[in-house]
Design a protein around this ligand. Sequence first.
Ligand code: KG4
Ligand code: ZN
Length: 341
Amino acid sequence: MTIILGIESSCDETGVGIVRLGADGLELLADEVASSVEQHVRFGGVVPEVASRAHLEAMVPTMRRAFDTAGLALSDVDAIAVTCGPGLAGALLVGVSAAKAYATALDVPLYGVNHLAGHVAADTLEHGPLPSPALALLVSGGHSQLLRVDDLAGGITEIGSTIDDAAGEAYDKVARVIGLPYPGGPPIDQAARRGNPSAIAFPRGLTGPRDAKYDFSFSGLKTAVARWVEARERDGEEVPVDDVSASFQEAVADVLTAKAVRAATDLGIGTMVISGGVAANSRLKELAAERCAAAGIELRVPRPRLCTDNGAMMAALGAHLVAAGVKPSSLDLSADPALPV
Ligand code: KG4
Ligand code: ZN
């Protein structure tokens, strides 16, 4: 039996998770998250300096809460996994420094792990071991990627990504245009339920015959929404927030699910995982379920709590590396804001 501590600080969430790796798999013992999102609201996006300072303040209290919840002492830890990239440099450094300090004090192995791989590993906490190969659609405020996952311990290949904005970023920017609060995903999701998804035909980026098959683009969609709203305002007409939300959301869900299902089908992959903050989206989940069922693909979407940034997913990934006998990182580990998957 092995206890693994996971630390996450790549963006605005300070996450500390603890998992137990036993003969019968992974058990989640604690998943504590402190978010600085409230401090970023008035800026309409994450401010790196503010996020770094918030991590510094939250790290030790979040750590204490996690150990209290798990009913464990620091000395029970057998290995530590920390996000070392990709993400905001200053934010990542807080988690990496904390992990190095704990690993040194406890004399346990340290694993510098990839944030994107962590999002995929999150699903194993809810649905058990991932079949190989699997296709992962990662959609959050910072990333929109299609990954082929052969092995969580180093066998992940990016097959597509956004060429401009991330899906969550598009939600946040469109929310601002139509007067909804930050972060924009939840309020747009709510408003969309009252609106008509076919009211406005917004563009589906990169879906032309000569466009990159598995890449995404959301910047044109965001601009199209802004232009449409400006035109209404110029004409002195009220902006139908519910219809704009529903039509925008339909365009995002349509493109994400169409490309993900196409990739899985082309590559002969029978399992799809959707993770990241946008995986909480009701229409995305509904359309993915419909299209995966039609294509004979098993769909796995972890609960929203595991989809957004957290330390438990990093602990789960660490457990996988320990089980696979991967060599730990050295103590001169640093943060790499652009770490590839
Ligand atoms: O994974 P996450 O918590 O943080 C990172 O960006 O890494 O994702 C946050 C993003 C935000 O852009 C937020 O607007 C979006 O996820 N989001 C949603 C929903 N809930 C959160 N987007 C669409 N629908 C939702 N229900
Ligand atoms: Zn993330």
